[in-house]
Structure formats: structure tokens, C-alpha cells
Write a protein that binds this ligand. Structure first.
Ligand code: B12
Length: 170
């Protein structure tokens, strides 16, 4: 004889698994810079820290950087340049991104071999910060400093409305 299935509490719901969207980063470089492994390195490092990454690849026109930021509303824009012209090109790129109110809350960080001198003069550093860059990582700085900086984004998803996050749901 078939016995009836016993359901202890039919209305009891399975506990919801909390889905926390990952922070999103756009990785880009300047229009003149053809180096690629720096971008791959940054993508892997950011992914290891829990980010969903949109890597735009080498030689990116400013308008493409701006377009991607506006389209994906990332938490972070990482601008990397190693050909030595970064300190000249990055302020214009950062200013173009900062002109867009849609991404006002996004952080912009910069790093790599930004000049041909092997170090970054204070004047060039200040120029980048005043163009809208939030943090500049100089060539001699250990990568641990960047990883520490990224820790502030670990709770970012909990602070933001879910509607803002179109992609990268984990
Ligand atoms: C491979 C290479 C090329 C290849 C690139 C191929 C490709 N598809 O990537 C080719 C042949 C195309 C090339 C061309 C040129 N190159 Co080149 N290239 C290199 C080389 C040998 C390796 C670069 C590399 O892949 N490194 C591996 C990655 C993982 O490391 P990385 O790029 O250094 O990035 C690290 C850090 O900078 C840092 N970092 C980078 N970005 C950021 C961002 C943040 C936020 C943080 C925290 C850290 C960070 O983290 C990374 C890991 O430690 C370097 C010399 C060297 N040994 O570094 C020269 C080098 C970068 N090139 C150089 C130059 C000058 C050129 C050319 C101008 C040469 C020429 N006269 O034509 C052209 C420029 C082309 C262009 N339009 O940009 C110089 C730059 C000098 C400077 N900045 O003062 C270097 C340093 C060689 C040298 N010692 O002179 N290059």
C-alpha cells in the first residue's frame, strides 16, 4: 500500500541563498599604448579579488573608455600605461570620464610605467589627481598597496541598489 508523503510544514520556504553581485571594474589603457600583458595581469589580479572585469585591450580611444563606463556603470576604472606616455594622456581621459555625471561615483585609479623617466614627478602626479583620478600607483609601489586599495570594494554590492548592476551577478 502506498503511504502518503508526510510534509511537515508545506509553507516553510527553503532559506534563500544570498546572491551578492560582484564589484565591476573596467581595465583600459591610453590611445597610444600597445602593451597588453599589463592589462591581462590587472584583469587576473582584479578577478582574484572578486571583481567582474571588462578589459578593453590595447590602444583604446578615450571615447571608448567613456562609452564603456557609461554603459556598464563600473565601481572602478583602472587605467594602465607602460609605454611612458601615460602621464601625458591619462589626465585627458580621466577628465573626459569625469565629465559624465552617470558615473560620478566611480573610482579611477592609475598605474604602470607612466613616464619615460622611470618615476613620477610630483607635478605630474598632481595633474592626474586634479583631472579626476582618485589614486596613482607609482612604478616602485608594491602590488600589495593596490590589493589593499581594492579591499574597500568588497562590500560595495551591499551598499548599492541592485538595479545599478546589469552584469556580473555572482
Ligand atoms: C613586450 C613589450 C613590448 C611589445 C608589446 C606586445 C604586447 N602585445 O603587449 C611591443 C614590441 C609591441 C612593444 C612596443 C613598444 N615598447 Co615595449 N616593452 C615590452 C616589454 C619587453 C615587456 C612588457 C610586458 O609585457 N611586461 C609584462 C607585464 C605584466 O608587466 P608590465 O607591463 O611592466 O606591468 C606591470 C607594472 O607596470 C604594473 N602595472 C601596470 N599597470 C598598472 C596599473 C595599476 C593600477 C597598478 C597598481 C600596477 C600596474 O603591474 C604589472 C605587473 O607588475 C617591456 C620591457 C619590460 N621588461 O618590462 C617594454 C617596454 C614597456 N616598452 C617600452 C617601449 C619604449 C616601447 C616602444 C615605444 C618601443 C618603440 N620605440 O617602438 C613601443 C611602444 C608601442 C606602443 N604604441 O605602445 C619601454 C617603456 C619605457 C618607459 N615607460 O619608460 C619598456 C619598459 C622597455 C624599456 N626598458 O625601454 N613593447
Amino acid at each position: 500500500m502506498l503511504s502518503a508523503i508526510q510534509v511537515r510544514d508545506p509553507l516553510r520556504r527553503v532559506p534563500e541563498k544570498r546572491i551578492v553581485p560582484a564589484p565591476v571594474a573596467v581595465v583600459a589603457t591610453t590611445p597610444s599604448d600597445a602593451h597588453t600583458w599589463n592589462l591581462v595581469y590587472l584583469q587576473l589580479l582584479l578577478e582574484e579579488q572578486g571583481f567582474v572585469v571588462h578589459n578593453l585591450g590595447p590602444c583604446v580611444p578615450f571615447r571608448e573608455v567613456v562609452g564603456e563606463c557609461v554603459a556598464t556603470a563600473p565601481d572602478l576604472l583602472v587605467l594602465s600605461s607602460v609605454n611612458g606616455h601615460g602621464a601625458i594622456e591619462i589626465p585627458a581621459c580621466a577628465a573626459a570620464v569625469r565629465a559624465r555625471p552617470e558615473v560620478a561615483g566611480m573610482r579611477i585609479v592609475v598605474g604602470g610605467k607612466l613616464t619615460t623617466e622611470g618615476f613620477l614627478e610630483n607635478r605630474k602626479n598632481r595633474e592626474m589627481l586634479s583631472s579626476g583620478v582618485d589614486a596613482v600607483f607609482s612604478p616602485e609601489q608594491p602590488v600589495g598597496d593596490f590589493i589593499d586599495y581594492l579591499k574597500q570594494f568588497s562590500g560595495v554590492a551591499e551598499r548599492l541598489p541592485t538595479t545599478r548592476r546589469g552584469s556580473g551577478i555572482r
